[in-house]
Design a protein around this ligand. Structure first.
Ligand SMILES: Cc1ncc(C[n+]2csc(CCO)c2C)c(N)n1
Length: 233
């Protein structure tokens, strides 16, 4: 795995939280599944299993952003969450639907796929963060998804080529459109924190719980990659 020329610029919270769980973070973005995507050695059945579970993940992830609309406390927060729900449901499932369709699996079948434990654990953790907590708890559980795949996209970009077995996947996450989403999510998280805990968030009594919320989602991302690899063992 090559090292990043510099850290992606997804905002202040991203840098702080990433540093606050650097071991868990590196296990996530440098996972053997990601190495296999990079060099193309990941077996196709593992990728397909992951993509089916990831479709189910995205369905619940969209539900969690919809909960963000419910929990928002400013017009800007509400609009950003509503726009994310729209873009997830109406646009971002296409990579998954196309990958599965190429293997003869239609969308309804994927929608009804039996969930692996790792999928249940991660998605329900995120939803419960929003149900039990406030908007900030929810957004901190949602954030590692965007930031991590954004960083992975940049790490894998130079390994991509026409005809790479995972060309589309790498192109999706390293592309400008997705990188822009990460910047927007980063901005939303920074604003959400400023509004609720102020300009010196690390001095807030809430900081350690906030970091723990983020770190748990990072660990659940690693477990999700592990689920993909287990499918072929
Ligand atoms: C397990 C898992 N984690 C992260 C992503 C990446 N992702 C999915 S939707 C989206 C947009 C964020 O608003 C991002 C970054 C994924 N596909 N699967």
């Amino acid at each position: 795995m090559t090292t990043l020329p510099e850290l992606p610029n997804y905002g202040r919270t991203f840098s702080l939280m990433r540093e606050g769980c650097i071991d868990e973070w590196q296990a996530y973005v440098g996972h053997p599944f990601v190495q296999g995507l990079r060099d193309g050695s990941l077996p196709q059945p593992a990728f397909l299993h992951y993509m089916i579970q990831d479709y189910v993940y995205l369905v619940h992830y969209a539900r969690a952003w919809a909960l963000g609309v419910v929990k928002a406390e400013s017009p800007e927060e509400m609009r950003l969450c509503a726009a994310t729900v729209d873009s997830l449901i109406n646009h971002e499932f296409s990579l998954h639907i196309e990958t599965c369709a190429a293997q003869g699996i239609d969308e309804q079948t994927v929608f009804n796929a039996k969930e692996d434990l790792e999928t249940i654990a991660y998605t329900r953790y995120v939803l419960d963060s929003g149900l039990q907590g406030d908007f900030l708890d929810l957004i901190l559980a949602l954030a590692p998804c965007a930031f991590g795949y954004g960083e992975i996209g940049l790490l894998l970009k130079d390994a991509n080529y026409v005809g790479h077995p995972y060309e589309k996947w790498i192109a999706t996450y390293s592309g400008d459109k997705f990188q822009d989403v990460c910047v927007k999510v980063g901005h939303l998280v920074d604003l959400a924190i400023e509004r609720r805990v102020g300009n010196e968030p690390t001095s807030s009594p809430r900081w350690s719980a906030m970091q723990a919320r983020f770190t748990k989602a990072v660990e659940l991302e690693s477990a999700f990659w592990g689920m993909g690899l287990k499918a072929v063992k």
